[in-house]
Design a protein around this ligand. Structure first.
Ligand code: NAP
Length: 311
């Protein structure tokens, strides 16, 4: 059987594409991945998704997205895609642990997202959502009047640090070198902010924990090896994102940072019939609501593509 549309990914972008394609009678088949739900699954309360004046827990929001898509007939399977072949239509999609034979589709929507790059410390995952965060826009509000740290020296770290000074009493930027990677204007803004302190040539070597929450960090001077403690109740890690696009290497154009390329403001990739949306394309906004918006765009682009093909 050749599907009308296969969706790869199940964060806000993939599941919004599923809702829209299902309501357009395209009977989407969505490969959600074994860790379905995308980055919101690892967050706690989401307070900035419109329509939820009292906030909603990230996992609950994604469960609701999923139920909404299934209500209109989307088939959502919790399996990882292992390989794709977009060299000719119908497109071929293999899943892990699946049969030798690939699934086939006339169109594919890619919504595989991105993962925040972790520092690589043992209790990092356990403390995520409990003092450790990768999204200041999402979690900054919880640190009103507290001292917090930001790890990284790029534009994201500067943006997060500046934003967090709206809430925190003090923000310490911890960077592994003595010069920033961030653009001059972002550097200047952060340097001029009186609430931001700096720890140069410094790495976070340990996340300290009390009652299941982050209570501080151990810092190591990367030149001398000297260690000291910094008492912070929040640590925002902004050392880059890794778009989940390795699967598409050799199949679709990918930019120097690993993001899938799309034509202009559309979701069309270089292969007609293959569309991409959400954080695997977007390195600028990276919000649940913007991902959902581009998921909707991809569904409409796919629907129009199929209509033009006579489907
Ligand atoms: P980035 O530019 O790659 O910067 C990552 C930073 O994290 C670098 O300072 C890097 O240190 C540090 N780092 C990387 N791995 C690390 C590790 N394992 N431990 C400690 N530190 C580590 O990433 P980004 O800041 O997320 O920006 C990504 C892209 O989005 C960039 O093109 C950026 O310009 C753009 N962006 C733009 C805006 C804006 O214009 N408003 C905002 C955010 C992002 P080194 O410097 O030593 O390599």
């Amino acid at each position: 059987m050749v599907e009308k549309v296969i969706i790869v990914g199940s964060g806000p972008a993939g599941l919004t594409a599923a809702i829209y394609t299902a309501r357009a009678n395209l009977e989407p088949l969505c490969f959600a991945g074994i860790h379905a739900g995308g980055q919101l699954i690892t967050t706690t309360e989401v307070e900035n998704y419109p329509g939820f004046p009292l906030g909603i827990m990230g996992p609950q929001l994604m469960e609701d997205f999923r139920r909404q898509a299934e209500r209109f007939g989307a088939r959502i399977h919790g399996v990882n895609v292992s390989r794709v072949d977009f060299s000719a239509a119908p497109f071929k999609v293999w899943v892990e642990g699946g049969e030798e034979r690939p699934h086939e589709a006339r169109s594919v929507i890619i919504a595989t997202g991105a993962s925040a790059r972790p520092i690589g410390l043992p209790n990092e995952r356990a403390l995520t959502g409990h003092g450790l965060s990768t999204c200041a826009t999402c979690d900054g509000f919880f640190f009103k009047g507290r001292e917090i740290g930001v790890v990284g020296g790029g534009d994201s770290a500067m943006e997060e640090a500046n934003f967090l000074t709206k809430f925190a009493s003090k923000v310490t930027v911890i960077h592994r070198r003595n010069e920033l990677r961030a653009s001059k204007i972002m550097q200047k803004r952060a340097m001029e902010n009186p609430k931001i302190a700096w720890r140069w040539n410094t790495a976070v070597s340990e996340l300290l924990e009390a009652n299941g929450k982050l209570s501080g960090v151990r810092l190591r001077d990367v030149r001398t090896g000297a260690e000291d403690l910094l008492g912070v109740s929040g640590l925002f890690v902004a050392i880059g994102h890794v778009p989940n696009t390795r699967l598409f290497e050799g199949q679709l154009p990918i930019d120097a940072n690993g993001y899938l390329k799309v034509e202009g403001s559309s979701t069309r990739t270089a292969v007609p019939g293959v569309f991409a949306c959400g954080d695997c394309v977007d390195h600028v906004y990276r919000q649940a609501v913007t991902a959902a918006g581009t998921g909707c765009m991809a569904a409409i682009d796919a629907e129009r593509y199929l209509a033009a093909q006579g489907d």
